[in-house]
Design a protein around this ligand. Structure first.
Ligand code: URA
Length: 197
């Protein structure tokens, strides 16, 4: 686990990324190429949280650059957000082997990095992509089918869970609900920050 004093000394996302890249808090780092810290604007007020890097993300060192990432880009664009309005990260920053879900221990080991990332970014809205993000951020028992599309206010941040883009690639019936959820996100964001300039 990163030491509290180390995290406390960090005052920017860029500094935090440098430290996180040295992390060996769980076994995942041994089986991957590197830490996939996050991408997007450090000034973004809208954050997306996924599960963990896949093979392409591990190769490029960036989250959501594979097939699910390309779909996420389309969703973000269709909602009228520009890439400098968003920041994207994952529950775990190292690729779980074979794309399995991260274990609770791995997620717990990575959590201080994510929490500090959220603290420094200070987003107004977080979109939780899929059940791993929902369960790790809100409640381990939460069900994505039940919770998606509902606002959950957590420590002053409006959180909205929706289906993971990889789930949309497997099941086209999930496209409509995701679009409904993202429209709610867009509307609240525009309520907070006004129309696009
Ligand atoms: N799926 C995720 O949850 N995160 C990524 O970065 C890529 C795919």
């Amino acid at each position: 686990m990163p030491q509290k004093e180390v995290l406390d000394s960090c005052s920017s996302i860029a500094d935090l990324a440098v430290l996180a890249c040295e992390c060996r808090s769980c076994g995942l780092r041994e089986g991957c190429r590197g830490v996939v810290f996050g991408k997007g604007s450090p000034k973004a007020k809208l954050m997306f949280i996924g599960e963990g890097p896949g093979a392409e993300e591990d190769r490029q060192g960036l989250p959501f650059v594979g097939a699910a990432g390309q779909l996420l880009d389309k969703i973000i664009d269709a909602a009228g957000f520009t890439m400098d309005e968003v920041y994207i990260a994952n529950i775990v920053k190292c690729r779980p082997p074979g794309n399995r879900n991260p274990s609770p221990e791995e997620a717990a080991a990575c959590r201080p990095w994510l929490l500090k990332q959220i603290e420094l970014l200070n987003p107004a809205i977080i979109v939780l992509l899929g059940s791993v993000a929902l369960q790790n951020m809100i409640n381990p028992q939460a069900r994505i089918t039940r919770e998606r599309g509902k606002w959950i206010l957590k420590q002053g941040i409006y959180c909205m869970a929706t289906y993971h883009p990889a789930a949309l690639l497997r099941d086209a019936n999930k496209k409509r609900p995701v679009w409904e959820d993202i429209k709610q996100v867009r509307d609240r964001y525009r309520q907070f920050f006004g129309p696009q300039s």
